[in-house]
Ligand binder design. Structure first.
Ligand code: AQP
Length: 356
């Protein structure tokens, strides 16, 4: 049977990268799922504590993420939505997997190497920088593997940035199955979303990220229309006044065309949108006068047409009178997820020799 699993950290209101790279795909897969498919979507709070957060911030972030998943259209009748920490088997399996996981493989993870090199540069001035690197950050790909494997997921929809971690999860299966002689765990398949990597609006060489300190770089699900418009209209492009699609030489303009394409009801490709634009420019005075301005205005309209309703539902789900409903969903989701995880843990404990 098909089991779809994915997760998101409750580290802030999701942005268009999270939406296009993850949430929109989750909703599509839910709506297209054949009967018998199990869908699990986890708000991964244990992952979120690799960076300490102020008290109360995490609880608020989890609530907001739950509201966002519901606003996007995840249906608790069809999808199991749960907080990771309410299913202790995730942590239990993480420990068991860590006993067969390779240190060398973990040290080659790009995300870890980036943090390491940042701390090495910092340590030139600051001897404490290395000790500030925490083990949780190093080993969290094992927790991510456990999240997936504990539910026997067959398909994992993610953005391109997670490809390497998914490869590692498959490696964990190979190591475990080899160590304990048998096909105990299921090899998951990575499903990279069509919106592989949505880039920052301020620096098109970086991915759009929740932790980016510049608020103009990301558009979140809760941004009011005025902010959506301001952020797109001030997006960094280049000094060529015309519109063309070329991700290498024109990353800023191309990022906007890609964004538009993902929101286009006619599903035109970025290159098609650029060529339609040139055709329009010949006939329209407004477009002719300011190509990039008109392009940005088009993007604003396309984004707002889809995100407007989602924003409205997001705020509705956060109203105090909905609190009980949200509690029920997360309680029921936790219960179902614990059941799903327990099936795997029986097999794992038996294989390892921890069974009764
Ligand atoms: N820019 C992006 N383009 C496409 N997909 C993206 N994802 C994240 N950023 C982009 C996808 O969103 C899902 C959930 O991500 P996450 O919140 O668990 O972790 P993240 O990748 O670390 O997200 P951020 O925004 O970059 O958070 P911070 O700043 O806290 O690290 C994943 O499927 C991811 O691929």
């Amino acid at each position: 049977p098909k089991v779809i699993f994915s997760g998101i950290q409750p580290t802030g209101v999701p942005h268009l990268g999270n939406y296009l790279g993850a949430l929109k795909q989750w909703k599509r897969m839910q709506d297209e799922a054949e009967p018998g498919t199990t869908l699990l979507f986890s708000i991964v709070d244990l992952h979120a504590i690799t960076m300490p957060r102020r008290q109360g911030t995490l609880a608020q972030g989890k609530r907001e993420m739950l509201a966002a998943l519901l606003a996007v259209g995840l249906d608790p009748q069809r999808s199991i939505i749960f907080y990771q920490s309410t299913v202790p088997a995730h942590s239990e399996l993480q420990w068991i997997l860590s006993c067969t996981a390779s240190m060398g493989y973990l040290s080659r993870m790009t995300q870890w190497k980036d943090k390491m090199s940042m701390s090495t540069t910092a340590s030139l001035q600051d001897d404490g920088a290395k000790t500030r690197l925490k083990h949780g950050l190093f080993s969290y790909p094992i927790l991510q593997a456990a999240d997936i494997l504990v539910h026997r997921a067959t398909h994992v929809p993610v953005g391109d940035d997670q490809r390497q971690h998914l490869e590692f999860a498959r490696e964990c299966v190979t190591n475990f199955n080899h160590a304990y002689g048998g096909a105990h765990l299921v090899v998951p398949e990575t499903m990279v979303s069509p919106a592989k990597r949505v880039m920052s609006l301020r620096d098109p060489s970086k991915k759009m990220s929740k932790s980016d300190p510049d608020p103009l770089s990301t558009i979140t699900l809760s941004d009011p229309p005025s902010q959506v418009s301001k952020k797109i209209m001030t997006a960094l492009t280049d000094s060529t006044p015309t519109v063309s699609y070329d991700p290498v030489t024109r990353p800023g303009v191309s990022n906007l065309l890609e964004l538009w394409s993902h929101f286009d009801p006619d599903q035109r490709t970025p290159a098609q949108l650029a060529s339609d634009f040139i055709t329009n420019a010949d006939s329209s005075v407004v477009v002719r006068r300011n190509h990039l301005g008109a392009l940005k205005a088009g993007v604003v309209e396309a984004v707002e047409a889809e995100m407007g309703g989602i924003r409205e539902r997001y705020f509705e789900f956060l109203m105090p009178e909905k609190a009980g409903y949200l509690d029920e969903i997360i309680e029921e989701g936790g219960r179902k997820a614990r059941e799903s995880a327990e099936e795997t843990m029986k097999i794992v404990r038996e294989a390892v020799g921890l069974g009764a």
